[in-house]
Design a binder for this molecule. Structure first.
Ligand code: UFG
Length: 329
């Protein structure tokens, strides 16, 4: 079975590529390398460098390979940036996947797993968040993902393209082999920033707000290990193909940790007294985001293997301390 992974040079994409290869799938990677890294792509998978909005590029990939299914990670994903540059997010995140779907249709590819996000919910109505809860994004990034979810729904109705939409909460950690991990430039995610402070690459980590209505005043998030996410992609793909039926799942651990708890856990894992300072709130941050992942657990038997923050941060620390400059030589 041959799977095309779009955005396979990115953080979650590269971990899913490894997972697929380890389960004996044939994998083709397409990535424009704008935010992805060539070095993140497993050597067993051929890498096509190009943009999903480029139809000639996609035609080349789909004619050189008989693709059975697609997993689409290719998108910009910074919430803050999306508020400042909405055009960039709508043009790329909707335009890229729409062009991909057009080409899938032309080449008779019927199955897609799509990376969506907790940002589709906006400020949650209930905790834990269920897939059936109201979606009301508070930023263009979330809205661009929700728009694609709607496009997928109508492409299923009209053309029979079956999808699995996966709404991730906070991806964390790195591959157990230590060969790939998180590398965003500039970095904005909490755990890599804490570990950069541990390595002395930053003076400190800023805790964005300590006056939220939570026990310790800092924001609470649901962290999920990147290889547990990768596993969920493979399971979702298999089930979607087997049952020829579309589906939408949340992916989290069902447990929330505050920013202060994450800093404390990182201090324990690294043995370093990582400097932290309270800073003002970051615009647009909901105080608490916790997923209910009961649906994917019940329907697919998915089980996260990493439960504790310490386990997740240990794998991230193993990556960051051995690759302080990420994928740069
Ligand atoms: N935070 C800090 N200091 C930092 C960085 C982050 O205190 O230097 C805090 C944030 O305010 C937030 C928490 O740490 O409360 C997690 O922040 P991240 O930036 O790591 O992650 P987000 O929760 O903002 O973003 C994640 C995904 C997005 C997704 C979003 C949904 O990375 O793709 O959840 O809300 F859109």
């Amino acid at each position: 079975m041959k799977i095309l992974v779009c955005g396979g040079a990115g953080y979650i994409g590269s971990h899913t590529v490894k997972e697929l290869l380890d389960r004996n799938y044939e994998v083709i990677v397409a990535d424009n390398l704008v935010t992805g890294h060539k070095g993140a792509v497993d050597k067993r998978a051929p890498l096509y460098v190009g943009d999903l909005k480029d139809e000639t590029f996609l035609d080349k990939v789909f004619t050189e390979h008989t693709i059975d299914a697609v997993i689409d990670f290719a998108a910009y994903s910074l919430v803050g940036e999306s508020v400042i540059e909405p055009y960039k997010y709508f043009e790329n995140n909707i335009g890229g996947t729409l062009s991909l779907l057009k080409k899938m249709r032309e080449h008779g590819v019927k199955y897609i797993v799509f990376s969506s996000t907790a940002a589709t919910y906006g400020e949650p109505e209930n905790i834990p968040i269920l897939e059936s809860d109201r979606t009301n994004p508070t930023n263009p990034y979330g809205d661009s993902k929700l728009a694609v979810e709607k496009i997928l729904h109508w492409f299923d109705e009209a053309y029979g393209i079956k999808y699995a939409v996966l709404r991730y909460f906070n991806a964390a950690g790195a591959h157990h082999s230590g060969t790939i991990g998180e590398d965003h430039k500039p970095e904005s995610h909490l755990i890599p920033i804490i570990l950069q402070a541990a390595l002395g690459q930053r003076s400190h980590v800023g805790i964005f707000g300590d006056d939220y209505p939570t026990e310790d005043g800092s924001c609470i998030r649901d962290y999920i290990h990147v290889t547990d996410l990768a596993d969920a992609h493979v399971l979702s793909l298999e089930k979607t193909m087997e049952e020829n039926k579309s589906r939408t799942y949340n992916l989290g651990n069902g447990k929330g940790f505050s920013v202060k708890q994450v800093v404390e856990a990182a201090r324990r894992v690294t043995g370093i007294d990582i400097p932290a300072k309270i800073e003002p709130r970051r615009a647009g941050d909901p105080s608490v985001l916790i997923a209910s992942s009961d649906k994917i657990i019940k329907e697919l038997g998915w089980q996260p293997k990493y439960y504790t923050l310490e386990e997740m941060i240990s794998t991230a620390w193993n990556w960051h301390k051995n690759h302080p400059n990420g994928f740069e030589e």
